[in-house]
Each structure stands twice: as C-alpha cells, then as structure tokens.
Design a protein around this ligand. Structure first.
Ligand code: FMN
Length: 203
C-alpha cells in the first residue's frame, strides 16, 4: 500500500507538516510512504527577491514528483501554502499536467487529502483546502479530511491551525512561526487516517 505525499513549500512550513504527515502514515502497517516536491516554476531571480533561496536549498534533497507517481499510489496527500486563499501556482501547474491521467481515469477511487499553511489565522486555509478538493473530485479521488476525533482542533487555549478539512499551520506575518506541536499532531493524525482508510479500501 503506497501513500504519496506531494507538496510545495517555499520557506519550509509545509515541508515540516509533510514530514509529520509521513510519520503518521508510516504508523499503518504495510504502508510505503513517498515524500515528493512539485517542480519549482519561479526563476532564481524571483526566489531571491522573495528571500526563499536558502530555504529552497535546504529542501532540495526531496525528490521532485512526476505525474506518473500519482497513478502508482493508493492514496495521495497534497500539501500547499495558501496563495490568496487558493493553492500555490507551482501545485496548480503540476496538476494541470495531469490531463492524461484524467483521460484514462487513472486516479479514480484513490484516496485524496489536503493540508496547508498560511501566514494569518483567517487568511484562507479552509478555502485553499476546499477549492483544492474540486480538482481532486474531477479526478475521482475519494476525499478524506481531518475528523474531529483529532481533538486538537477543538483547542482555543492557543493559536492553532487544523480544521475538519485538513491539517494546517499558521506561519505568522513574516513566516517566523514554525508548526506547533498541536499542528504537527494534526498532520500526523491526517497521515495515519488517510493510510488506514486506503489500507481498508485495498482489502
Ligand atoms: C503570493 C503570495 C500569496 C499569499 N497569500 C496568502 C493568503 O492569502 N493568506 C495568508 O494568510 N498567507 C498568504 N501568503 C503567505 C503564505 O501562505 C506563506 O508564506 C506560506 O504558508 C508559508 O509556507 P511555506 O513556508 O511552506 O511556503 C501568501 C504568500 C505569497 C508569496
């Protein structure tokens, strides 16, 4: 049973969440977990202006995903930072290259799930995940979120991401905040939840 975690991360927040999602998925017996980045679409020049060069170097060990890897997975968990309340362009471009898979129905019946990151608490995490689901539905994915059995999303004693739609982290106005323990717990829960549902569907 193969779980593919495919994400884009400019400054490392989504990457950290992706690692936690992977840890959770690995807790399900017999699960092979693959961690992949989508290709960068911005030029070095733009990345430098955005102050992302060092962070990108630090993430360069993660293999870049090919669209064919989507077809060979039983479940795909997508991670994207919020861009104006939507998925980032790098992820959009990656998904826009999956027309061949769509034409063959290659992703129909696979488990799909989404997690995200934004700078601000109400800056569009839910709209990012829910609008991402539209693409997954066109591909025929069976969508899985983050149920309230992950109790950490009920917390109001600290600032935290996480909603029934998926795990998330709040990066802070200038990206100074890395995912909290509670947000990482949510990511782990989502990874395990997706893997266990995919395992059940496989049986
Ligand atoms: C073009 C652009 C648009 C963004 N739009 C939003 C937004 O709508 N709401 C928000 O809270 N943060 C927004 N952000 C902040 C990113 O979501 C934030 O940098 C990201 O979640 C950090 O995750 P990463 O380090 O994995 O890239 C935006 C950033 C950029 C560069």
């Amino acid at each position: 049973m193969k779980v593919l975690i495919v994400y884009y991360s400019m400054y490392g927040h989504v990457h950290k969440m992706a690692e936690a999602v992977a840890e959770g998925a690995k807790e399900v017996d017999g699960t092979e977990v693959l961690l992949r980045r989508v290709p960068e679409t911005l030029s070095e020049d733009v990345l430098e202006k955005m102050g992302a060069v060092e962070a990108q170097k630090a993430l360069s060990h993660v293999p870049v995903c090919t669209v064919d890897e989507l077809a060979s997975a039983d479940a795909v968990i997508f991670g994207t930072p919020t861009r104006f309340g939507n998925m980032c362009g790098q992820m959009r471009q990656f998904l826009d290259a999956t027309g061949q898979l769509w034409a063959k129905g290659a992703l129909v019946g696979k488990v799909g799930s989404v997690f995200t990151s934004s700078n601000t608490q109400h800056g569009g995490q839910e709209s990012t995940i829910l609008s991402f689901h539209i693409t997954l539905l066109h591909h025929g994915f069976v969508i899985v979120g983050l149920p309230y059995t992950f109790q950490g999303q009920m917390r109001v004693d600290e600032v935290t991401g996480g909603s029934p739609y998926g795990a998330s982290t709040i990066a802070g106005g200038s990206g100074e905040r890395m995912p909290s323990d509670n947000e990482l717990d949510g990511a782990r829960f989502q990874g395990k939840h997706v893997a266990s549902i995919a395992a059940r569907m496989n049986r």
